[in-house]
Each structure stands twice: as structure tokens, then as C-alpha cells.
Design a protein. Structure first.
Length: 240
């Protein structure tokens, strides 16, 4: 049995406040976790948790990943933008052109995200979070396809995308050039194993696919810290 995508982890200086923002934008239930953590629960079986983990350092620079939110109509896109601004978000300039239809925003801690225009065919039938859009190489897209056993749904011009066989959010990688990595990513994957799976066997499988260890062993929570072929940190959680 292979691991599944359990959560997208986001570092935050005020996890509970950021969870309330995203709960309001996405309409997902927010719950408090241990050690000042907060998280949003998935809406259905195709979803994943969004975990907000406490850190002292504020965000600096651009992330390697951001959410693309879908819109069923132009009116819904406007409502999503208005709701995000009402909850403490702001417009964010990444060099987008005036005639582009998507809207780029940032949450209260400066994490970028896009509200995509209605009728976007690539994100059709994906759900509220249409994509987690990442900077990354073709190789890392292949790695995550094998790691999660999610098929490739796009593989052109070194751009890749994967999606669960059950549907839901796509994960995309934009291909080169990939910005140099500076410090630990504030947005990371957390994988989890089913009860009958072995943590060591899955660790070995991920290493064979091109991952590397990011430490000497399991942490206090029984998780193994690893990195994908592009150097992005992720955690592998043992059976729960």
C-alpha cells in the first residue's frame, strides 16, 4: 500500500487566524490542533487537510506553490475576491497583465493565491481548490505521480500535472526555469500511510523513486522528513 496525500502544511505566525481566513474563503470546517496548530478538514474523500503550523518567522519572498481557486461563474469569481478582501486578504502584483482574467490575491500572511475565471477548461470538475500550482521540473512531476500513484493528466513542454484517480484538486509543475530554493518551503506535503502499511517499506520506496532523507530518522510524531528530487521538503506519517 502506498501513502496518500494527507495534508498541505502551511507555516504561519498566527495559525488560528490564518485558518479562519481560509475557512471563510473555502467554506471548510476549521479545528484547533495540538501545539497551537490549526487545520481545515476536507469536504469529501477527494480532498486533503490544510494544516497551519506555528513559526516565528514571517513570510519573505515568493512561494514555490500556491492555490488556484475555481469559479463557476463570473459572479462567483467576484464574490470570492470580495470575500477574501473582507477577511483580510489583499491584491498581489506578480506582473500579471491588465487583460488577464484571473485575480491574484494574498492571504493575511502574504501567501499568494489565484481566483481563476469561470470556464477554465483545465480546472473543470476539480473542486473549489482547482490546483496547487507549483514551480518544479518535469522530473519532480514524474516523481509525485509515482509516489502518490496519481496519473499524469498533463505532460507537455516540461510542464506536468497529476490528479487523483478519484478526481479533485490537481497538482501542477510549471517546468523550467525553476527559481532557486532559499530556506525551507513554507508550503509542504504531508503523506500518511494506511494502517496495514509499513513505514520503512514506504520510506525505501520513496527513496528508490528519487527522494532523499531530510534528517536521521523519525521525529517525535512518528514522521520521516524527506525531500523530493527538486529539494522540496515533505513529511511521511506512519500508520494512524
Amino acid at each position: 500500500m502506498t501513502s496518500r496525500l494527507f495534508a498541505i502544511c502551511i507555516d504561519a505566525t498566527r495559525p488560528s487566524d490564518l485558518a479562519r481566513f481560509w475557512s471563510g474563503v473555502l467554506g471548510l470546517e476549521s479545528v484547533e490542533g495540538p501545539h497551537d496548530e490549526a487545520e481545515l478538514l476536507p469536504a469529501d474523500v477527494t480532498g486533503f487537510r490544510i494544516r497551519f503550523l506555528p513559526v516565528r518567522e514571517p513570510k519573505t519572498g515568493r512561494h514555490r506553490a500556491h492555490f488556484d481557486l475555481t469559479s463557476a461563474s463570473p459572479e462567483e469569481q467576484l464574490r470570492t475576491v470580495a470575500r477574501a478582501l473582507e477577511l483580510g486578504g489583499d491584491h498581489f502584483d506578480i506582473g500579471q497583465l491588465p487583460d488577464e482574467d484571473h485575480v491574484v490575491l494574498a492571504d493575511p500572511e502574504g501567501n499568494e493565491f489565484c481566483v481563476i475565471e469561470a470556464g477554465n477548461k483545465f480546472l473543470a470538475d476539480t473542486g473549489r481548490i482547482g490546483a496547487l500550482a507549483c514551480d518544479g521540473t518535469q522530473r519532480v512531476g514524474y516523481f509525485w505521480s509515482e509516489a502518490l500513484r496519481w496519473p499524469l493528466v498533463w505532460d507537455q513542454d516540461e510542464e506536468t500535472a497529476i490528479q487523483s484517480p478519484d478526481g479533485g484538486t490537481k497538482i501542477t509543475w510549471g517546468g523550467p526555469p525553476v527559481a532557486p530554493k532559499t530556506g525551507r518551503n513554507r508550503i509542504r506535503f504531508e503523506l500518511a500511510l494506511p494502517a496495514e502499511a509499513g513505514l520503512q517499506a514506504e520510506t525505501d520506496r520513496l527513496l528508490s523513486l528519487g527522494a532523499t532523507r531530510d534528517g536521521s530518522g523519525e521525529d517525535a510524531g512518528g514522521r520521516v522528513a524527506m525531500r523530493d528530487p527538486d529539494g522540496n521538503e515533505f513529511l511521511l506519517r506512519g500508520p494512524r
